[in-house]
Design a protein around this ligand. Structure first.
Ligand code: AMP
Length: 113
C-alpha cells in the first residue's frame, strides 16, 4: 500500500529497530514505547483490520501468532508479556496495517486487561 508507514518499514524505505524478520512478519521496537519492552509484530501482507482479513492473510496471522513466543523469548520476556491489537477509532488505532503490540519487561498490572 502506497501510503502505509508499516509497508514502507517492511520494504526498508523507512528505518526501524528490527528484532526479527521472516517471510511472514517483521517485528520492530515501537518508536514511542509504553513499556520497558514494546515491539510491534507486523504481518507482511497489508490489511487494515481483522474485519478485512482474507483466508491467506488469516493463515499468515496464525503463523505470526505461533512464532511470537520464540520472539518473546529472544526479547527476554520469559516472565510474561501482553499482546494488544487495536481495531478502529475507539481502540485508538493509528496505523491501519494490522499489527500486534508486544508489551513486557515489567509488571503490567491487572487493568487493561
Ligand atoms: P496503533 O495505535 O495500535 O495503531 O499503534 C501504532 C503504533 O505504531 C504506535 O504505538 C506508534 O508509536 C507506532 N509507530 C508509529 N510509527 C512508527 C515507526 N516509524 N516506528 C516504530 N513504531 C511506530
Amino acid at each position: 500500500m502506497e501510503d502505509c508507514i508499516f509497508c514502507k518499514i517492511i520494504a526498508g524505505e523507512i528505518p526501524s529497530d528490527k528484532v526479527y524478520e521472516d517471510e511472514d512478519m517483521l517485528v520492530f521496537r515501537d518508536i514511542a514505547p509504553q513499556a520497558k519492552v514494546h515491539c510491534l509484530c507486523v504481518p507482511k501482507p497489508h490489511f487494515a483490520a481483522l474485519s478485512e482479513m482474507d483466508g491467506a492473510q488469516a493463515e499468515t496471522l496464525k503463523r505470526c501468532l505461533e512464532k511470537i513466543p520464540a520472539v518473546a523469548q529472544k526479547l527476554g520476556l520469559a516472565d510474561g508479556y501482553r499482546l494488544i491489537v487495536n481495531q478502529g477509532k475507539n481502540a485508538g488505532q493509528t496505523v491501519f496495517h494490522l499489527h500486534i503490540h508486544i508489551l513486557g519487561g515489567q509488571p503490567l498490572g491487572e487493568k487493561f486487561v
